[in-house]
Design a protein around this ligand. Structure first.
Ligand code: GRF
Length: 215
């Protein structure tokens, strides 16, 4: 089985990166993590990946005159590593339509809310403020508009009476670590396809896994 080389793009902590690395260690996982790329040379996740022997690269956005110059450098690194899929995992740079277009249908992002609710920042604070009873996370294909794009996977949990933004964030993060690998598996294996704004083709078993992600 050829496993498409996949890059995880991070800016900081990298706990979703850890989950993706861990999941793709399984021999039958239909993708391999071939590169961890960060726009911040000091990202803690970068050091951890390096220690694990995974190829890493830093393309420091601060040294470039503009977004396209920065992205052109990233693209060269991605091509050098023959990357086929990208997982954005806490990557805190806006991407231009040019770069997004290059990776159309091959770039995923994880967002800590049930899109299309709570696009943008401070999702947990806003969910608590609104008093919603259900919250969660979403993995979606990246399109030029922020936090939009066909949804691959979502997982939900109840909001508890005594939740704080921190406690809610911690529980959602646990779910993120489960559904990001599931979503990458669906996409890299070719099990699902994009039809308009929808992702279709997941088996009943894969859909059940999203409702109740395995430990
Ligand atoms: C996650 O909450 C993710 O949903 C959001 O940024 C955070 C990244 O966390 N896009 P980590 O770096 O993966 O730990």
């Amino acid at each position: 089985m050829t496993r498409p080389p996949t890059a995880v793009l991070i800016s900081g902590r990298g706990s979703n990166m850890d989950a993706l690395i861990e999941a793709t260690r399984a021999k039958d996982f239909p993708a391999e993590i071939a590169l961890i790329l960060s726009n911040r040379p000091d990202a803690p996740g970068l050091a951890r990946a390096k220690a694990l022997g995974i190829p890493t690269a830093a393309v420091d956005h601060k040294i470039y005159a503009g977004r396209e110059e920065f992205e052109r450098s990233m693209q060269i690194v991605l091509e050098t590593h023959k990357i086929e899929f990208i997982c954005l995992a806490g990557f805190l740079r806006m991407l231009t339509p040019w770069f997004v277009g290059l990776w159309s249908g091959r770039m995923l992002n994880i967002h800590p809310a049930l899109l299309p609710a709570y696009r943008g920042l401070h999702t947990h604070e806003r969910a608590l403020h609104d008093g919603v009873k259900i919250h969660g996370c979403t993995v979606h294909f990246v399109v030029p508009q922020m936090d939009e794009g066909p949804i691959v996977a979502q997982a939900a949990l109840p909001v508890l009476d005594d939740d704080t933004p921190e406690s809610l964030s911690a529980r959602v993060l646990e779910l993120e670590h489960k559904i990001y690998p599931l979503a990458l598996r669906l996409v890299a294996s070719g099990a699902v396809r994009i039809e308009g704004n929808r992702v279709v083709g997941a088996t009943k078993q894969a859909q059940d896994a999203l409702i109740n992600p395995p430990n």
